[in-house]
Design a protein around this ligand. Structure first.
Ligand code: FAD
Length: 485
């Protein structure tokens, strides 16, 4: 292994073991990253661990939207929609490279689904709930305008559409840029370190963890602990969380097959499915099915794919998409807060911040869009316990302190320099880290084997991998990204 890289990881692990922290954040998804950044910016001594790669969980498997959640309006969750609508604008202010406004066309059909008048009222209210107005004002579209925005859409009984705005982001990149900011403000961060347990030791928690790459154990002290492990939250020792996991999948197809100008919202009963333009590709999703196996084993299966293809083919009758059109796919788990009987609660899309034992917080639920607010509220509570009163600055200070290297939404070129950057500055340790979460190139190609071979060569050079290790990396990337359909 390359000596300098090994040294920087060793230094982080040594710091974890020797210093006492104000807060240990368990989990490096968007929630944990947000808490680490906010706490570090307020001057707290922060450590963060992830048992896998950063953003390995739900936070790199979402629909990639910064949105208020238009459909929660019909359930009357106005406060929730307002909160997320304000946050989506705040994220655009602090991370413009990760918030690209996008028009959403929501068609209406006579005698079927939501009527046009209801959609018109809904989107006007939606605009009003955004601080100072939405990214673009909403408007009604005639049937002809609707078909121009969504060529091939079923025109039978089409009464028109509404067009409203949300923003497209890059979920995994949002996590990484948030973590880089946390590190710049003094946070000590380590991926591939699994939190094992904690015991109260005077006013602090004595925590044990394991470096999953070497099997070495380490212990660290922290005055407070934040359990931000998303779908894993109920498995963590001391956790008081009860979750109901709901699986959602996405598939990617070529944009030339579905040449939409805007995002299209397809109603399917009370559910909706998005067609999201993404450079030369289109993302289709998502589903919502109960899931009760191990979170790390979630995969896209044949019935998920059949469902998505059916809904899209019914909406675009001439299209006839089939499995051969699928370039890539992903599956994620919504960590919904459950009621005592296990059903998702009314506040299932809201977040829950709970001090279940003195100095121990479980932070669950919410969404990507509201992560900054969740972090602010969590760190306010940590400060109260620690007797501190520093002001939160995350709503006004840029996520990056220099212009971004790339636009952020679509995958940038995958060059040797980019790979070196991911290894040296973004904690990439495995081929999968780079292909899936740093560059996103895995999702661009039907068969990414050739690109993976080249990247593995560069990584072998940068990290002094043996030929066996290089081969092992290629095989584990292939296995971990195999679709189970
Ligand atoms: C299909 C789908 C679509 C979605 N679309 C959107 C959307 O468009 N917009 C939006 O705003 N929200 C969306 N969401 C919701 C959003 O993605 C999630 O709310 C959010 O990503 C949850 O983040 P998290 O940090 O809580 O969990 P995660 O991202 O899962 O992070 C938890 C982390 O904890 C780590 N961990 C687990 N156990 C341990 C341990 N013992 N020690 C150390 N680390 C551990 C894991 O490795 C993981 O990295 C979507 C969710 C799904 C499933």
């Amino acid at each position: 292994m390359n000596i300098s890289i090994d040294r920087s990881r060793s230094a982080a692990l040594a710091k974890l073991a020797s210093a006492e922290f104000d807060v240990l954040v368990v989990g490096g998804g968007i929630v944990g990253s947000g808490v680490a950044r906010d706490a570090a910016m307020r001057g707290l001594r922060v450590a963060l661990l992830d048992r896998h790669d950063f953003a390995f969980g739900t936070s790199s498997r979402s629909s990639r939207l910064l949105h208020g959640g238009l459909r929660y309006l019909e359930q009357g969750h106005i406060g929730l929609v307002r909160e997320a609508s304000v946050e989506k604008k705040t994220l655009q202010d602090i991370a413009p490279h990760l918030a690209r406004p996008l028009g959403f066309v929501f068609p209406a059909y006579r005698g079927q689904g939501r009527p046009l008048w209801q959609l018109r009222i809904g989107v006007k209210l939606y605009d009003l709930l955004c601080r100072g107005g939405n990214f673009l004002p909403s408007r009604a579209l005639s049937p002809a305008e609707t078909l121009a925005a969504a060529p091939g859409l079923d025109a039978t009984k089409l009464s028109g559409a509404v067009r409203y705005a949300d923003a497209l982001t890059n979920d995994g990149r949002l996590v990484l840029d948030t973590l880089r900011s946390a590190e710049r403000h003094g946070g000590v961060l380590a991926n591939y370190v699994c939190f094992l347990g904690a015991q109260r030791d005077g006013v602090a928690w004595r925590c044990t963890a394991e470096d999953t790459r070497t099997g070495r154990s380490l212990s660290l002290r922290a005055l407070t602990v934040v359990n931000a492990t998303g779908p894993w939250a109920q498995q963590i020792p001391h956790s008081s969380v009860r979750l109901r996991l709901s699986k959602g999948i996405h598939i990617v197809v070529a944009r030339e097959r579905l040449p939409v100008k805007d995002a299209i919202v397809l109603g399917e009963g009370r559910r909706i499915l998005f067609v999201l333009p993404w450079g030369e590709r289109v993302i289709l999703g998502t589903t919502d099915t109960d899931y009760d196996a191990a979170p790390e084993n979630v995969t896209v299966d044949a019935s998920d794919i059949r469902y998505v293809l059916r809904v899209v083919n019914e909406a675009f009758p001439q299209l006839r998409l089939d499995c051969s059109d699928i370039i890539s796919s992903w599956a994620g788990l919504r960590p919904l807060v459950a009621q005592a009987d296990g059903t998702p609660s009314d506040i299932s899309r809201a977040h829950d911040i709970r001090e279940s034992r003195p100095g121990w917080w479980d932070v669950t639920g919410g969404k990507l869009t509201t992560y900054r607010l969740m972090a602010e509220e969590t760190v306010d509570e940590l400060q109260r316990r620690l007797g501190l009163r520093a002001r939160c600055r995350t709503a006004t200070e840029s996520l990056l302190d220099e212009p971004p290297l790339y636009s952020g939404i679509e995958p940038p070129a995958l060059t040797r320099e980019a790979v070196a950057h991911y290894v040296h500055h973004e904690w990439a340790k495995t081929l999968e880290d780079i292909m899936v979460r740093r560059s996103g190139w895995h999702y661009l190609q039907r068969d990414s084997a050739n690109t993976a071979q080249i990247v593995a060569c560069w990584m072998a050079d940068l990290l002094s991998w043996s030929p066996e290790e290089q081969q092992h990396q290629i095989e584990s990337y292939r296995n971990s990204t195999r679709v189970a359909a």
